[in-house]
Design a protein around this ligand. Structure first.
Ligand code: C5P
Length: 406
């Protein structure tokens, strides 16, 4: 339902700007209040008069217009919306947004807003594929900016490829989807979740370290999924290339001992999901001094055991222990059997067990095939994307906490 919702529509330059008129019409039909900002580029393609007529609102164009600033400054304009939609979003405006530039009304409103932003990019295929545009888009999405399109097909410039503005009804559906999601129940509201993710780095000396191949994809996706269900989520992450998930507090660490400390500092929590690939051992040397090459050959690297973070949480006294603790088991065979044994040993409630044998593509890949193992059941989940595994796990966690006695 978008009836009564206030949408600030920013129309940037591009041949597809004329389709923003239809977007305005469809949003208005559904009862939304639409206020429009027209950039200089946008005004080359649609007139302020048609935008005003369709939106039945004043159109804002100038950052330094005395009347606009007197009636409604750009700050208020950007705050008095429930959602800011940029349609069409040009490569230029995406670049400004990603880099915090604010040299006109549109970019200033986008920098000043405290509301969610949805962009509908459209541009030439080479512009879209350019590493600069892709990097800008990645930055924006990591900050929680929502994106609709672009689609593929014939482009206005005569070339063929990805860069077409999404279909008007898909844009409207995305706006409706956003408000539906926002209104959806948040079963984990009021709960605190700690999630560990990524590899740990164990120093050998100031220059070298022992690490592993964990990408952090699964752990980060779980943090995002728990946050989406309303949990205050603390993500304790080793070094990864993953962007911070929107709405999650991220604590960055390198070593297992730092991860242990960060997890315990984040307590109390209702939920703990330990998805990190924690090194079992660290080097038992003075790691402040670089090891020199020597004629005696390679140095011995004495190892000592790292603290087991998952087990340490499971062993907490009942009043301090997160109510639901989920561990991961990455094995290369006998997955369920080992997971069962791990449940007891680590004192956790569930184990998500997966096969990381070479060829499964689990490490670093986008898909995962897991078993959810609890004390009394084993569920085999079909192969799915890691974000789908995360969503399903978050739903199961919410259901388990809702069912558990307070
Ligand atoms: O014993 P193993 O390393 O196979 O157990 C894997 C599970 O234990 C994962 O959930 C991992 O995050 C967690 N773990 C941990 N601290 C360690 C080792 C593993 O939290 N030192």
């Amino acid at each position: 339902m978008i009836d009564g919702k206030r949408i600030l529509l920013i129309i940037a330059g591009g041949i597809a700007a004329y389709r923003s008129l239809d977007v305005i019409r469809r949003l208005r039909e559904r009862g939304a209040d639409v206020r429009c900002v027209l950039t200089k580029g946008g005004a080359q393609f649609v007139t302020p008069l048609s935008v005003a007529a369709l939106s039945e609102n004043k159109v804002y164009q100038d950052l330094f217009s005395l009347t606009d600033e007197a009636e409604m400054g750009h700050i208020r304009l950007s705050r008095e919306a429930d959602l800011v939609v940029v349609c069409p979003a040009s490569a230029d405006l995406l670049g400004k947004m990603a880099n915090g530039l604010a040299d006109d009304l549109a970019s200033t409103a986008l920098l000043a807003t405290d509301k969610p932003v949805m962009v509908c990019p459209t541009m030439n295929v080479m512009m879209w594929q350019h590493p600069a545009t892709q990097a800008n888009m990645l930055t924006l999405e990591a900050r929680g900016v929502l994106r609709v399109g672009p689609g593929a097909g014939n482009l206005a410039c005569g070339e063929v490829g990805t860069g077409r503005l999404a279909e008007v009804m898909d844009i409207v559906a995305a706006v409706e989807g956003y408000f539906a999601e926002e209104a959806s129940p948040k079963p984990l509201a009021g709960r605190h979740a700690i999630v560990t993710s990524g590899p740990t780095w164990e120093a050998i000396d100031p220059v070298r370290y022992i690490a592993n191949r964990s990408s952090g994809k699964q752990g980060h996706a779980i943090a995002a999924a728990l946050a989406k269900l309303g949990a205050r989520t603390t993500l304790v992450s080793g070094t990864t290339n993953m962007p911070d998930p929107a709405g999650v507090d991220v604590v960055r660490i390198e070593s297992a001992r730092q991860m242990y400390d960060a997890c315990h500092a984040a307590l109390p929590a209702d939920i703990a999901v330990c998805a990190a690939a924690v090194a079992d051992w660290r080097v038992d040397l003075d790691t402040d001094k670089k090891i020199k090459k020597s004629a005696d050959g390679p140095p011995p690297l004495p190892l000592v055991e790292n603290p087991d973070i998952l087990a340490s949480l499971g062993q907490l006294a009942a009043n301090a222990r997160p109510r639901l603790i989920v561990g991961f088991a990455a094995e290369t065979g006998n997955v369920v059997e080992y997971a069962r044994a791990k449940l007891g040993r680590k004192g956790c409630n569930w184990i998500v067990a997966n096969d990381v044998s070479p060829g499964t593509g689990t490490f670093g890949g986008d898909d995962n095939t897991v078993h959810l193992v609890s004390a009394d059941a084993v569920e085999e989940w079909p192969r799915m994307r890691k974000d789908e595994v995360a969503g399903r796990l978050a739903d199961r966690i919410a259901a388990a906490l809702a069912g558990a006695a307070e």
